[in-house]
Structures are given as structure tokens and as C-alpha cells.
Design a protein around this ligand. Structure first.
Ligand SMILES: [Zn+2]
Length: 79
């Protein structure tokens, strides 16, 4: 079983605080060369806003976006 520890750094989209999280992933097919994209939800320690992070096992952040949770969020509609 492959186990990886990935450190992700991102800036909070809500308050701008820089957040660093260590994510442990394990599973078959998890190699740094794999094009797998994993997803975690990380709450900001500063303001509590939850972010949805897409990352590759090699530590590359693919996307950071506010997580749409139970709280109703206003989203602009595309007209
Ligand atoms: Zn924040």
C-alpha cells in the first residue's frame, strides 16, 4: 500500500490568510507520476471558510475554490 504525505499551501479566499495543510493519502495507484487528482475539504483556521482543494499526489494544487457546503451561498447566475 502506497502512502503519501502531501503538503498543500493556499491562500484563504475569504480572509486571505495563508493556510498550510498536510494531507495523507493512501491507496493503490497513488504514485507521484500518476495523474490522479484527489480532493479534500479544508477549513481555514482564521475564518472557518471551507475550501475545496483539488491536488495531484505530487503536491501540485490544481484548483482551490470555496466549498459549497450547507450554508447557502449566493452564486451569480449566468445569463
Ligand atoms: Zn480564512
Amino acid at each position: 500500500m502506497m502512502e503519501l504525505q502531501v503538503i498543500l499551501d493556499f491562500a484563504c479566499r475569504s480572509c486571505g490568510e495563508s493556510v498550510s495543510v498536510t494531507v495523507k493519502c493512501e491507496g493503490k495507484g497513488l504514485t507521484p507520476a500518476a495523474r490522479t487528482v484527489a480532493r479534500v475539504h479544508v477549513p481555514c483556521p482564521g475564518c472557518g471558510a471551507v475550501h475545496c482543494l483539488d491536488f495531484e499526489p505530487n503536491g501540485t494544487l490544481r484548483a482551490v475554490r470555496p466549498s459549497v457546503g450547507s450554508r447557502p451561498l449566493l452564486e451569480p447566475s449566468i445569463n
